[in-house]
Structures are given as C-alpha cells and as structure tokens.
Design a protein around this ligand. Structure first.
Ligand code: TPP
Ligand code: MG
Length: 370
C-alpha cells in the first residue's frame, strides 16, 4: 500500500509542522514561476480563441505539481514531458520567444513547424520533444536513464505523464525495465482527475496510483499536488535516491485539471461543475500566496504587480512573434537527406508553383535546379 499523502501547506496556506528549510527567496521564486505559467497559458488561450494559434493544453490547477517538482531538478537532469509541462521548460531555460514560436509554428520555431503546437523541445535545458501518442515518453526516458547509468553519469531522468498514461503499454514496460535495471529515473504521475472525459477514479481498479509501482518493485510517494512545497520536497528526495544509485521512484502528484483537456474540449459535457468549483477553491497559487503573505515574504498587492509585469513581458514577446516570417517552404524537404534527391526536388518545385499562385511563397523559397 502506498504511504500517506505528503503535505506541508494546508489548503488555507497554513504551514503544517516540520516545514522544510527552504530559503525565502526560493519560496518566492516558486510562486513567481507558477504565476508565469498561469499568465502565459491565459494568453495562449486568448490567442487560440482569436484564431492566431491552433491548439493549447493548459496546466491550470497543476502549476504546483509541475513547477514544484521540476524546480528540484539539477541543470544536468532531463525532463521528459507530456502535454502540460511547457511551463517547466520555461523555468529551466526555454526562452519565451521560442515557446511562442513553437505555438505559432512560425519561422523562428526550432522544430520548423513540424510539431503540433504546445509540443515543446529545448535541447539546452534537456527537454526532449513529446509525442502525442500517450505514454511513449516513458520507455524513452527509461532507455536514456539506463544509458546514463552505463556511462557512469550522475544525471537523473524525470518523466512526466498523466493518470490516463498509467494504463498505456509504455507505462508498464517502462516501469518494468526501470525496476529490473535499477535506472536513475523518477516517474512523475500527475493525477489531474481526468484523461479527457474519463475520470481518474474509473481509470484503474488499483486502490491508489502509488500501488501501481509495487508490481515493479518501485517505491511510490503520494503527494498533495496542489502544495508546491510538498511537490518540491518529494521530488528532491526521489532525485537524491536515483542519483545515489538506489533506483527509480514513482511520485503521484494528486491535483485537478481545472480547464478542459485542451482548447478543443468542452468539459461541461462530462463533469459536474460542483467538482470543478471545489478544486478551484484549492487553487495552488492562492495557497502559496496566502502562505507567503502570512510569512511576510509577500505584501498585499505584490502578486497583482508581479502578474502585470509578467503579462507585459508576455505581450511584448507575442507582438514580436506575430511579426515573424512563416516557416520557409524549403524546410519541407530538408533534414532527411544530405542532398535533396531528384524526386523530392521535382515534387517541391511543383508544390512551389501552387504556393506562388496562392501568394504563399516567400523570397528564398525558390525552385531547385533539376
Ligand atoms: C496511444 C493513445 N491513445 C489515445 C490517445 C488520445 N488521448 C489524447 S490525450 C488522452 C488522455 C491523456 O490523459 P492523461 O494521461 O491523464 O493526461 P492529461 O491529458 O490528463 O494530462 C488520450 C486518451 C492518444 N493520444 N494516444
Ligand atoms: Mg489526466
């Protein structure tokens, strides 16, 4: 049976006894990182509704789970994400301009518009691209962590996924390999209450998600996922365990996806508004803000000022990306062959004629000589 759910801050923001010794500046930073996620995603939804970008999957309600845990990673560690961890990438070094370029799929997008929006990647902060095929990042992370172990590296690989993904093939094979090979990996299961329209209560007959680790010999820690301090501490312990060679852990961060599954979803079709309202009252940002106010680490009005500063920064970055050029048409045939073969050059040239007729070609998109 999984152990007791870890909590340091109760829903009213009061610290329970034995609060870990975190520096005041660290606590404030955790709050600001959470606030940034909320602000960026609010603007992304606005842009999606205005028809400027195609798709958004938000972390609203999950900010403590994602930021609290990811903030415990070292620079050399890796974060294998699902749909909702883009805010952690921002915190770990993904520039806001690149985040936005990915959302637009414009000419500044380092993935050249080849990924669906909201699927970030950032090599310098060790954030591999995500596949929407649920659960596939899990064996990928385990493989990379096994390679790190063979190399004698001290890096740890954290892999994030949802309650729904705990039913995927990738979950079972990933946990089995990690348990058997004792690899330096932390499985971060963000139980956000729903897998699109399937409640997490109906996802499994196991008594708790933590119990799923036991089948693979992997210890689990259940955590209040709306308590940023608890998420941070639990992740720090799991990372330390992995780094010291004691093997993988499973963290279950229990929280709630307050918005729809994505901008394409209408959650009112399948869930009770009273359930949503109850979780809105347990908002992770408000909980941390109340704690910081009580501890004298924030003053009344500070949060509103911080929020306005973040929104101004985001808005000016949005204006820059709105003005960016589209992805170059030639990228369609790049990066596979060192020299584009004749049949692709012919196809591209025919495509270019159509693009030119529709006024979609840019200077530099020119035809290949055949
Ligand atoms: C293999 C596979 N099956 C089904 C889907 C459709 N699908 C997209 S998201 C999703 C639910 C994911 O739920 P969860 O793992 O809890 O993550 P959350 O979206 O709640 O963060 C499903 C079933 C998919 N993308 N891939
Ligand atoms: Mg879910």
């Amino acid at each position: 049976m999984a152990n007791e759910r870890l909590q340091y801050l109760d829903p009213s923001g009061r610290a329970r006894s034995g609060l870990p010794d975190l520096k005041p500046e660290r606590l404030r930073e955790l709050f600001i990182h959470m606030l940034r996620v909320r602000c960026v995603e609010r603007r992304m939804l606005d842009l999606q509704r205005a028809g400027r970008i195609g798709f958004v999957g938000t972390a609203k309600g999950l900010e403590a789970a994602i930021i609290g845990s990811a903030a415990a990673l070292d620079k050399n560690d890796w974060l294998w994400s699902g749909l909702r961890e883009g805010g952690a990438a921002l915190m770990r070094g993904l520039p806001l301009s690149e985040y936005l370029a990915q959302m637009y799929g414009n000419g500044n997008d380092t993935a050249k518009g080849r990924q669906m929006s909201n699927h970030f990647q950032h090599a310098p902060s060790h954030y591999p691209s995500w596949s929407s095929v649920i659960g596939t990042q899990i064996p990928n992370a385990v493989g990379a962590a096994y390679a790190a172990k063979l190399r004698g590296s001290t890096e740890v690989h954290a892999v994030y996924f949802g309650d729904g993904a705990s039913s995927s093939n990738g979950f079972h094979s990933g946990l089995n390999m990690a348990g058997t090979w004792q690899v330096p990996v932390v499985f971060v299961l963000v139980d956000n209450g729903w897998a699109i329209s399937l409640s997490s209560r109906d996802q499994t007959a196991a008594e708790s998600y933590g119990d799923k680790g036991a089948a693979y010999g992997i210890p689990a820690q259940e955590v209040d996922g709306n308590d940023v301090v608890a998420c941070h501490v639990a992740m720090g312990e799991a990372l330390e365990r992995a780094r010291s060679g004691s093997g993988p852990s499973l963290l279950v961060l229990s929280t709630y996806r307050v918005s729809g599954h994505s901008s394409s979803d209408d959650p009112a079709r399948y869930r009770d508004p009273a359930e949503v309202a109850a979780w809105e009252r347990r908002d992770p940002l408000e909980r941390m803000e109340r704690y910081l106010l009580g501890a004298g680490l924030l003053q009344e009005g500070d949060a509103a000022t911080l929020e306005q500063g973040l929104l101004d920064e985001i808005d000016s970055a949005i204006h820059e990306q709105e003005a960016a050029a589209p992805v170059r048409l030639k990228t369609l045939v790049e990066d596979v062959y060192s020299e584009v073969p004749r049949h692709l050059r012919e196809q591209y040239n025919r495509f270019l004629e159509v693009a030119q007729r529709h006024g979609k070609a840019q200077p530099g998109d020119g035809a290949f000589p055949l």
